[in-house]
Design a protein around this ligand. Structure first.
Ligand code: GUN
Length: 304
């Protein structure tokens, strides 16, 4: 029987822990964790995402400061806002929603964020700490989507040591950090991408597949081996007929869920799999940052 990995339920469990940790920090140190969210421009998906972050933060007793900036904002203006947030001792986490408008150099902005407030884990120093692993990982912030994916995976397969994992996609936000987290768990990791020759043959040897390519339903059942565990990071909107026959859309992953379901031993659905984990992990990182700023140990394990 294939297990459906319920990310919605797991994310709720994490948010409950985050709220408990946030309340304890307030009780003991009179500090309320605070996340600054910076949105530049009018990207509709980013607006939805930022709205959801603000709502869920409030439910976890995390304060948010929202900065909405024009699409035409120049880099110097954005860097000034970040500098102010870096210097504001009441702010523990800074998130600049990506993508940024094209006149702005994303890397320059990310690396301008105080590394101790980089709750997205995208700063070069946090990426470096994750890459080095071991003790270094304990000072890092781990990017939220890979962290959420790993927590779901470890809940399904507690001991990942020695397993063959294939990560499909090589982005800085998901593919690369995910592969490093899996190496840290002693998996044998292969990253495949758009230029890889014979992707299907490589994937068909994997005990674990993490798909993060952004191509709707690309991964079919003939790509995977029997009883593979499938973590689908993709969230793609495609045209779909509504029950009344009119034109509509629906969300699908990078994996052809119905085709792959029987052959896999466990799989994340889309929606309701990895998606809800991203915001839960962002809130977790924010509370962790507030603990560190108060001179306390992290309230939870790095990846447990
Ligand atoms: N855009 C898509 N995913 C993310 C994310 O995890 N963090 C930020 N800041 N922007 C994103």
């Amino acid at each position: 029987m294939t297990k459906i990995i319920d990310g919605k339920e797991f994310a709720q469990k994490i948010r409950n822990q985050v709220k408990e940790d946030s309340d304890n920090l307030f009780k003991n140190k009179e500090v309320q964790p605070c996340l600054a969210v910076v949105l530049v421009g009018e990207n509709p998906a980013s607006k939805v995402y930022v709205g959801a972050k603000t709502k869920m933060a409030a439910e976890c007793n995390i304060k948010t400061k929202d900065f909405k900036m024009e699409d035409t904002t120049d880099q110097a203006t954005l860097l000034k806002v970040i500098e102010e947030l870096n210097n504001d001792s009441g702010v523990h986490g800074i998130l600049v929603q990506l993508p940024l408008p094209k006149q702005i150099d994303e890397r320059a902005v990310i690396d301008a964020i105080d590394v101790k407030k980089d709750v997205d884990g995208f700063h070069a120093i946090n990426a470096g700490r994750l890459s080095i692993g071991g003790e270094m990982l304990k000072q890092a912030f781990i990017p939220c989507t890979p962290l959420g994916s790993l927590l779901l995976l470890k809940d399904t397969v507690p001991n990942l040591s020695g397993m063959n994992a294939v990560v499909i996609g090589r982005s800085n936000i998901v593919g690369k950090p995910m592969s490093q987290l899996l190496i840290e768990e002693s998996c044998t990791v292969t990253i495949v991408h758009s230029r890889t020759k014979d992707i299907e043959a490589i994937c068909s040897k994997a005990d674990i597949i993490v798909a993060a390519v952004g191509r709707p339903e690309m991964i079919k059942s003939n790509w995977i081996k029997d009883d593979a565990v499938i973590i689908d990071v993709g969230i793609n909107r495609i045209p779909s007929k509504k029950p009344d026959g009119s034109e509509g859309t629906k969300l699908v992953g990078d994996v052809d869920y119905n085709d792959v379901f029987e052959k896999s031993s466990a799989i994340t659905p889309v929606p309701g799999g990895v998606g809800p984990m991203t915001i839960a992990c962002l809130l977790r990182n924010t509370v962790t940052s507030a603990y560190r700023h108060a001179g306390l140990d992290d309230p939870r394990g790095t990846v447990s």
